[in-house]
Design a protein around this ligand. Structure first.
Ligand code: IYR
Length: 222
């Protein structure tokens, strides 16, 4: 049978090899300066910027193009305070018994603890929800590769924010269920990540970390 679905020619502007080399290097040089930041300034960011970053996130590939994500943008001070309170309640338990000694040792260099002031200070908290299934006219619709799809979308968001000149934290308060209640999300959505976005404090500090060597992360088969 003929495929009755619409197709179109790929819109593609072929680069020269020099352009390929140059652009790949420029992007790498930019991305290698990205850091997860916990010391945020409360300086405002135009909402148009955040919305544009989210449009980029929404360009991610997804299983059967189901786009199984919802991005909740929290700027309400009251809601940020509630999120901080609920997150700190869980994190207090995590740091005082729920996390193993090995885990606590692994985290020592990040100087984290149960307190999460950045949840109130950052101008925006993006709460990324994954849609385990779709809901159309109250009927369940299957979604595929949901974790992979939403993970890629979150990666694009983090890269877009860095490219624009803002900082992010990939935050996973655990368990995250309180976010469904506070943000009144429907039952097909589960919280996936919480990403504060904004400017860093002038005196923001980050731990001294080394990325793995190229040979440790890449295996070529020629
Ligand atoms: N969620 C806790 C603990 C934590 C866990 C990992 I893995 C990190 O990379 C960083 C923190 C917290 O946010 O403090």
């Amino acid at each position: 049978m003929e495929n009755e679905h619409l197709v179109e020619y790929l819109s593609y502007d072929p680069p020269t090899e020099i352009e390929l080399l140059l652009r790949s290097k420029v992007f790498y040089q930019k991305m290698k300066t990205r850091r997860s930041v916990r010391h945020f300034s409360n300086r405002k960011v135009p909402i148009e910027v955040i919305n544009t970053l989210l449009k980029t996130a929404g360009t991610a590939p997804s299983g059967a193009h189901k786009q199984p994500w919802t991005f909740c943008v929290v700027s309400s001070q009251e809601l940020k305070r509630k999120i901080r309170q609920a997150a700190e309640k869980e994190e207090f338990e995590n740091y005082n018994g729920r996390m193993s000694d090995e885990w606590l040792r692994d985290l020592a260099k990040f100087d984290t603890n149960w307190q999460k002031p950045f949840l109130e200070i950052a101008p925006y908290l993006i709460v990324v929800f994954k849609q385990s299934y779709g809901l159309k006219e109250n009927k369940k619709q299957k979604h595929y590769y949901v974790n992979e799809s939403v993970g890629i979308a979150a990666g694009l968001l983090i890269a877009a924010a860095h490219e624009a000149g803002l900082v992010t934290l990939t935050h996973t308060p655990s368990p995250l269920n309180f976010l469904s209640t506070l943000l009144k999300r429907p039952k097909n959505e589960k919280p996936y990540l919480l990403i504060p976005i904004g400017y860093p404090l002038d005196e923001a500090k980050v731990p001294t970390l080394k990325r793995k060597q190229f040979d440790e992360i890449v295996v070529h088969y020629t």
